[in-house]
Design a protein around this ligand. Structure first.
Ligand code: SF4
Length: 332
């Protein structure tokens, strides 16, 4: 990782990243560093060597491993609105001498509480107010390009589900440079405009981003087209407002399953989705949400579980294959 003037700030999930940029730091989503590494397993092994239990979510271990091995100047730990393990993770970081900055999304979506949290973060990072306005305007352009990529996926069929996933999931830190990210996104859009349309069974992907390394490619090889990546799209904060508090109030991911449901139902209808793949991570509390999702989404759903950053296992492949075959059968 290359360091900018003030340093690198890692985070455990999407946070108001405008503030990190405006304070002159380079933001770094630790999840993305972990999963895009050519050997993500070694971060998990590092965590287990340091005493993390086997029976624990591997994203948490991956994040720990990245911080220990790569080194960052501080970690923003999201104590509410993300992961039930973050409190213990933050304590281990502090114990290891890593500067941690707590941040919380209020579960009840209370505007005042969120405004206070954002303000606290602003002060902690010593955000430059002029810079902040510049960053908000600059990021608006990048977000617009990312929403174009999303539209090209579901409206025009020019972008694959795998590409959609990658472009949107990286919106959490925009690879540390939102202007450069926008330039790359625009070049990608120009190239993708020359392609032929993808035809296929229209699928939605819901849940946390997958730890599997080949999920989208496998779905594509079976004639499935993922036209909606729920959480990844949320990371783009696709809401047209200059009010940072409003933007992070509209963001659904931290506010529980009911906030997410509203968004999912709307997008399933708008994108004419035929079936949904619900991903759950082994040992994650979010797996319980399956009960509500199955009864309320209104389209066929399959739930798959991942554990390690590896290729899909045979059983999961067979289940996905049968699901897509079933949806294809329903078309005729
Ligand atoms: S998958 Fe679940 S347990 Fe793992 S980091 Fe995410 S929220 Fe936490």
């Amino acid at each position: 990782m290359e360091k900018t003037k003030k340093g690198i700030i890692g985070f455990t999930t999407t946070i108001p990243v405008e503030l990190v940029f405006a304070a002159g730091y380079e933001p770094c989503d630790l999840n993305n560093i972990f999963i895009t590494d050519e050997n993500p397993m070694h971060y998990i092994e590092r965590a287990e060597r340091d005493g993390f239990p086997k029976s624990m979510c591997n994203w948490v271990k991956g994040i720990y491993g990245v911080v220990m091995e790569k080194g960052v100047d501080a970690v923003i730990t999201v104590m509410e609105g993300d992961c039930s393990n973050t409190q213990a993770l933050a304590e281990i970081f502090r114990y290891r001498g890593v500067r941690t900055i707590p941040f919380a999304f209020p579960y009840d979506r209370d505007r005042e509480v969120l405004a206070r949290e954002i303000d606290k973060l602003r002060k902690e990072l010593s955000v430059d107010e002029h810079m902040f306005v510049e960053v908000v305007n600059g990021m608006k352009k990048t977000r617009a390009s990312l929403m174009t990529i999303d539209e090209m996926t579901w409206k025009e069929g020019l972008v694959t589900g795998a590409e959609n996933h990658l472009w949107l999931v990286r919106a959490s830190d925009m690879l540390g440079d939102y202007e450069r990210y926008n330039t790359s996104a625009k070049a990608f859009i120009a190239d993708a405009r020359e392609r032929k349309n993808i035809e296929g069974v229209r699928l939605g992907y819901i849940g946390v981003p997958p730890i599997f390394l080949d999920l989208y490619e496998f779905i594509g090889s079976l004639g499935g087209h993922v036209v909606y990546n729920e959480t990844q799209r949320q990371f783009v904060l696709p809401y047209d407002t200059n009010d940072i508090v409003r933007r992070y109030l509209m963001y659904t991911y931290p506010y529980g399953v009911f906030a997410r449901l509203e968004d999912m139902k709307e997008e399933i209808k708008r994108r004419r989705i035929e079936g949904v793949i619900h991903y759950v991570q082994a040992f994650c509390y979010r797996a319980i949400e399956e009960v509500i999702l199955r009864e309320t989404l209104g389209v066929p759903m399959i739930t798959i579980e991942g554990d390690m950053p590896k290729q899909l296992d045979t059983r999961t492949k067979l289940r996905i294959e049968a699901f897509i075959e079933m949806l294809t059968g329903q078309r005729t």
